[in-house]
Design a protein around this ligand. Sequence first.
Ligand SMILES: [Zn+2]
Length: 334
Amino acid sequence: MNGPSDKHINEGLRGSHRHRTSVARTGLLATVCLAAVVAGCAGPTHPAGEKAAPAASAAPPAADGGVARPRVAPPVLPGLARQEEETTSEAAARQETAARAVLETVHRWGLEQSPLKAPPRPATKPELRAVTGVKLRDGLPPVVYRVPTDEKVVFLTVDDGAEKDPEFNRMAEELGIPLSAFVSDYLARDNYGYFRDLHAQGVEINNHTINHLNLKIHDYNTQHDEICRQQDQLEQQIGVRPRLFRPPYGEYNDDTLRAAASCGIEGVPMWNEEAFPDHMEYRYDDQKLHPGDIILTHFRGIDIWKASMPDLLRKVVSEVTAQGFALARLDDYL
Ligand SMILES: [Zn+2]
């Protein structure tokens, strides 16, 4: 097969040669881990008062970027030490198997091409200056339509909360697609468990008000109630107080931003594209994605779209990948 998918596999294989030296380390890790299990980890072999050596998987990375060693060396079983000697060809075969498994997952979800992997999260979030796509006001949370970055990354945000399709969660998780949800209480309250599950798999759950009103036609007190009660509700239901808030319909005024800031909101992401199961809508004349763009979509299903949430995700991921972009975590950048 000569599709772009093969290119991804080949890249995976080339990667395996670059990482030859890490193979011995992985072998060592497995040895240490298993040995720790045999020794009982925090079992009675440790004298009272002395802390057990941490399992290798939980040990912090060493300053030189290598794997931190346990303080007390656990016994190494002689037979297992041979795992350190995995040959290059064995490593390549293992990488190839892994690459095939990834491609099998990609095809099972109906995608032709593997999603591109986002670059490592930036060490510091991009500085928000008053550039196109960013609106700054003293003392108020920034309103961001496009995150200033040169990386070929875009962000997928999913609003409201009517459709609660576990297949969507599974697809996003299996494909490693980062998402941010903006949840409105009146749609979510019959099943916050769905959003707890999403959060447990790494999806940020953010604020989209209690009743999804057009905030800017309401007074400050109503806006404060709509935003800040949802902060409390999400903190109670999900266990994390959101940092990000999106006003319904993208409609806001100064009262909105003041009210949001008063209950802990640090950023107000908007969008430059909206995704549907069968097409994308762009605000740009060139009808293309740009680095740092925020894409809006919704928790909607067959009743409105005549298509499912996995159909929607398939469309977005295909578009994003075809234009050479990776989906990244909004929280890493904003
Ligand atoms: Zn909405």
